[in-house]
Design a protein around this ligand. Structure first.
Ligand code: NAP
Length: 301
């Protein structure tokens, strides 16, 4: 383990903003090269069904970040009086975007309206344009350790762990949360990097005992204060993915003040994983655009 803290010294802050800014600069350079060779910018489209969802803030940040680096972005609003019509309109919109050569990446607002089948919508996205890694093909590629698109939040959590300097091979990692967008993809990524991974969830018995063994703890549960300083092994790396609003303030899933005194490195909330997630999505978009070019060359011989 590198970076172990001395007794009661505060943990190193793993801030997302500097890393996100490096990624955006790199993507901006790639966009310039893309425009030179293609005559138009790469494109990302966000599909939404119901603008009132809390995820609109997150999606609007993505659109703003696209504008900063020169990626053409658009928002497609899908309507419908009932779930069946919404689902049909969503899948029709996604098919159109799949067929549009100027759209290189597609993001669909989650959660979907009640009654719309997740599988029906997700399966429609062209896997080469699935920049947030939600299509079953990309999830399967990750499971098998092959190259595909991974969910940006899980990717951001992994990048933060890399930034902490911890040696992952042989490390004990605990991932709290098993969702398809954070916990499970991250567990597969950490396994691929030779960590020994324990995935915890709401039915896990004695979470504290699992966390106490861990060199790396990733919390993605959506439960404020779930992990406290007293649960952690001294010198652990703590990645807090949670975003919760408590008394009008955004907080994570880790009780920061206590964890800060025990961990070697910790991500703040806000300001840790979130900004990095947004920047990594832009880099996924560029990779999608480049891979679509290669696929086209291959197809056209
Ligand atoms: P999710 O789909 O609701 O999954 C939450 C997971 O946490 C589930 O697996 C659940 O277990 C587990 N869990 C809930 N309570 C628990 C408890 N008391 N002890 C142990 N495990 C528990 O959420 P998600 O989409 O993965 O998101 C997780 C958190 O990350 C949320 O706060 C979300 O807002 C945040 N988030 C942040 C970003 C970012 O960019 N920073 C992006 C996406 C999400 P079961 O499977 O047993 O129900």
């Amino acid at each position: 383990m590198s970076g172990a803290s001395t007794a009661m010294s505060p943990a190193r802050r793993l801030e997302g903003a500097p890393f996100a800014s490096e990624i955006r600069d790199r993507v901006a350079g790639e966009v310039i090269a893309w425009v030179k060779s293609h005559g138009h910018p790469p494109g990302l489209t966000v599909v939404v069904c119901g603008r009132s969802a809390p995820s609109m803030v997150y999606l609007e940040r993505i659109l703003k970040a696209c504008a900063q680096v020169g990626i053409e972005s658009a928002l497609v609003d899908v309507e419908g009086q009932d779930p069946a019509t919404q689902e049909a309109n969503l899948t029709a919109a996604i098919h159109r975007l799949n067929d549009d050569p100027k759209v290189n990446g597609i993001i669909v607002q989650m959660p979907l309206p009640a009654g719309v089948k997740l599988r029906a919508v997700v399966d429609t996205i062209e896997p080469l344009k699935d920049i947030d890694g939600i299509h079953p093909l990309n999830a399967g590629l990750l499971r098998l350790g092959y190259e595909g698109f991974v969910p940006a939040t899980a990717h951001a959590a992994l990048e933060m762990i890399h930034r902490s300097g911890v040696e992952l091979a042989g490390a004990d990692a605990v991932v709290i949360g098993r969702s398809p967008v954070v916990g499970m993809p991250l567990a597969f990524m950490l396994t691929k990097e030779d960590a020994t991974v324990t995935v915890c969830h709401s039915k896990t018995r004695d979470l504290a005992a699992k966390v106490a063994q861990a060199d790396v703890v990733v919390v993605a549960a959506g439960v404020p204060g779930l992990v406290t300083g007293g649960m952690l092994k001294r010198g652990a790396v703590v990645i807090d993915v949670g975003i919760n609003v408590v008394d009008g303030k955004i907080v994570g899933d880790v009780e920061f003040a206590g964890a800060d005194q025990v961990a070697a490195a910790i991500t703040p909330v806000p300001g840790g994983v979130g900004p990095l997630t947004n920047a990594l999505l832009l880099s996924h978009l560029m990779r999608a655009a480049q891979r679509q070019d290669h696929a086209k060359e291959h197809f056209e011989g």
